[in-house]
Design a protein around this ligand. Structure first.
Ligand code: ATP
Ligand code: MG
Length: 386
């Protein structure tokens, strides 16, 4: 038997085997370029995807496969230069077949170097992902429709919730005012005025939470040093917890500064800590941690330098069935008078306003961990999230 065509087995693969492998691949265009970008090899996948056979493609410059717009913008040369200098270039975009039709391609170009480190050629792999892109487009359109429907539902809920809660407050204010106008007892009068004031303050707090959610609160953002802010916050957070609960703060040194409205961050922290308190009932520990984090899309699609603030509890946890509703204004599982359902809406609105995000990790009975991501100011400039 000709050894070159013996069955594949470990240790017996020859260059010819690799060539056969590359040739056998039909779902990927795999071809080599010389350092200037001229095609020197061509596989079956390349012929299938691009429509040129090997005789037509070999000897041509890479730019043949690009659209006129991309050629004029210098994209092929830019990608070649990037691969030569950085070792690799990646791109996603339209490419043109021999018959002039276009397909959406995912492209990787890798530099191949000799033992001296000189670039002797480039390996290029192209995949036709038009179907995937179209499917994503359809998915996005469906998602937009669903989002619109959810928005309308939330709006209905918002109006209903607002009317209900403000009505309760107005009932307290009006009846207390009526009773106050009839009483001569100074003590009773003071207590009635007190309840009017408390109801008024609760109303003001509600509007503030709502405005943050709606992102129409005039922003008083400035560069904030988080070490100082969190240090000061520990005091008021501690006061918000009953004596049977403890607060554990763990703030890394050298936190990046952030650009935000500090009073909004304080309110968000308080809202999260109050939720942790309510979830734990009587005893427990609330943990607040802060550290610098570099994100590459793993958290809510955020990219760049962030400060991560975590508020964690070992309370009752959140049932998966209500996960999708947590940020809805007026969504609460608490008894009447115990919660308005605006805490997490404020946290969400604040995080979005600050160009950051919120992530919730929870399981019923295990506890809850909420991560707040705030874009860091690195080198004097806010790291603009992608
Ligand atoms: N740490 C947590 N553990 C368990 N459940 C939580 C936690 N945080 C939030 N939740 C759930 O999410 C719901 C919504 O929280 P949100 O803070 O928006 O409103 P609320 O706490 O009910 O009322 P408000 O904050 O306006 O007083 C809560 O009612 C609760 O069911
Ligand atoms: Mg709350």
């Amino acid at each position: 038997m000709n050894s070159q065509f013996a069955p594949f087995s470990p240790g017996t693969l020859t260059e010819r085997h690799y060539e056969m492998l590359v040739q056998a691949v039909v779902d990927y265009a795999i071809f080599m370029l010389d350092p200037a970008g001229v095609v020197v090899s061509w596989n079956a996948g390349a012929a299938r995807i691009k429509g040129y056979d090997a005789n037509e493609a070999i000897g041509q410059h890479l730019s043949l496969f690009y659209t006129d717009e991309d050629r004029q913008a210098g994209k092929p040369d830019y990608l070649l230069e990037l691969a030569r200098c950085e070792g690799r270039a990646q791109d996603e975009g339209w490419r043109v077949r021999k018959d002039g039709t276009r397909f959406w391609a995912l492209v990787v170009i890798d530099a191949i170097r000799n033992e001296l480190g000189e670039v002797i050629g480039l390996a290029k792999i192209t995949r036709n992902i038009t179907d995937r892109r179209e499917a994503e487009g359809r998915y996005e359109a469906l998602r937009a429709q669903l989002f619109q429907a959810q928005k309308l539902e939330a709006l209905g809920q918002l109006s209903g919730g607002m009317a209900h809660d403000f009505n309760n407050l107005l009932t307290i204010i009006l009846s207390a005012a009526k009773l106050a106008s009839r009483t001569d007892d100074p003590e009773r009068l003071a207590s009635l005025l007190d309840s009017i004031q408390t109801a008024g303050q609760r109303g003001a707090q509600m509007t503030r939470n709502l405005l943050t959610f709606a992102r129409c609160e005039p922003k008083a953002t400035r560069q904030v040093d988080l070490d100082e802010l969190l240090d000061a916050a520990a005091t008021f957070i501690d006061q918000a917890l009953p004596r049977t609960m403890t607060l554990r703060m763990q703030v890394d040194e050298g936190l990046h500064p952030v650009q935000l409205d500090p009073s909004e961050l304080e309110m968000a922290l308080l809202n999260l800590v109050l939720n942790a308190r309510d979830a734990m009932g009587v005893v427990g520990e609330v943990q607040v941690q802060a550290c610098n984090r570099q994100l590459a899309g793993e958290a809510g699609g955020l990219h760049g330098e962030f400060v991560e603030i975590i508020v964690a509890d070992q309370g009752c946890g959140i049932d998966p069935s209500i996960r999708s509703r947590l940020f809805e204004p007026f969504f609460t599982t608490k008894d009447v008078g115990k919660g308005t359902g605006l805490g997490l809406s404020q946290v969400y609105g604040f995080a979005r306003q600050a160009k950051g995000g919120v992530q919730i990790d929870s399981a019923a009975g295990w506890g809850t961990l909420i991560r707040l991501y705030l874009p860091a100011i690195v080198g004097g400039l806010a790291d603009e999230p992608l």
